[in-house]
Design a protein around this ligand. Structure first.
Ligand SMILES: *[C@@H]1O[C@H](CO)[C@@H](O)[C@H](O)[C@H]1NC(C)=O
Ligand SMILES: [Cu+2]
Length: 224
């Protein structure tokens, strides 16, 4: 690539300049902000994405198949929480939040069970322009109606800034112990991997060309 072409590509965000990207590394629950990787499974791939749609690392990132590196935090159903990243998210694409109930202790849970989605941040279209929710912190609340118990709480940034290239998944999982919940059985659910397909319109979208609508990949959001 000629240097001038490279500069143009960098300006458009088409090329990743550094090998580094970003990682969700900090959790807040209510007014309590925890330390880096406190209650979040520590990944082993620095701040790199997962790019294979069939890899178990899509669940909780590379190195995140167990909770050996961290601990569990009590959360009340309805509590607000937030995931923060080391640097603000700077790749365009949707951000989603998922949960999966551990069959026993969440520390030992590999995320192979059912996942339900609790929230999506997609693009906003205005005046022919799409804007994406790219920021440092993503806040939502634990659904009030879900059952008490231990869960993985997962955030995913699906980076589709490079149309034609392989989309990138930036993922972290927190370990939470829900109290004060209800009796709901969340649906729809999906397995990870499996929830995201190479043919999903939200996976293949070209955000720079005739981009007027967008469907976030994965199951529909569960609402209490
Ligand atoms: C989860 O909360 C329940 C209810 O307070 C408690 O009995 C249990 O020990 C907690 N589990 C963990 C792993 O903290
Ligand atoms: Cu990147």
């Amino acid at each position: 690539m000629k240097f001038s072409t490279l500069l143009a590509a960098v300006a458009l965000g088409v090329v990743d300049v550094a090998s580094g990207h970003y990682i969700f590394q900090q959790l807040r629950v209510g007014s309590r902000t925890f330390g880096v990787y406190e209650h979040i499974r520590k990944n082993t791939n620095y701040n790199s994405p997962v790019t294979s749609l069939s890899d178990n690392d899509l669940r909780c990132n590379a190195g995140g198949s167990s909770g050996a590196s961290t601990t569990v935090v009590d959360v009340k159903a309805g509590d607000s929480f937030a995931f923060s990243s080391d640097v603000a998210v700077y790749h365009q694409g949707p951000i989603s939040l998922y949960m999966s109930k551990a069959p026993g202790s969440v520390n030992d849970y590999d995320g192979s069970g059912d996942w339900f989605k609790i929230y999506d941040w997609g693009p906003t279209f205005s005046g022919g322009q799409a804007s994406w929710p790219m920021r440092n912190s993503y806040e939502y609340s634990i659904p009030k109606c879900i059952k008490n118990g231990e869960y993985l709480l997962r955030i995913q940034s699906l980076a589709i800034h490079n149309p034609g290239g392989t989309p990138q998944f930036y993922i972290s999982c927190a370990q939470v112990n829900v109290t004060g919940g209800g009796n709901a059985t969340p649906s729809p659910t999906a397995k990870i991997p499996g929830a995201f397909k190479a043919t999903d319109p939200g996976y293949t979208a070209n955000i720079y060309n005739n981009f007027h609508s967008y469907t976030v990949p994965g199951p529909a959001v569960f609402k209490c």
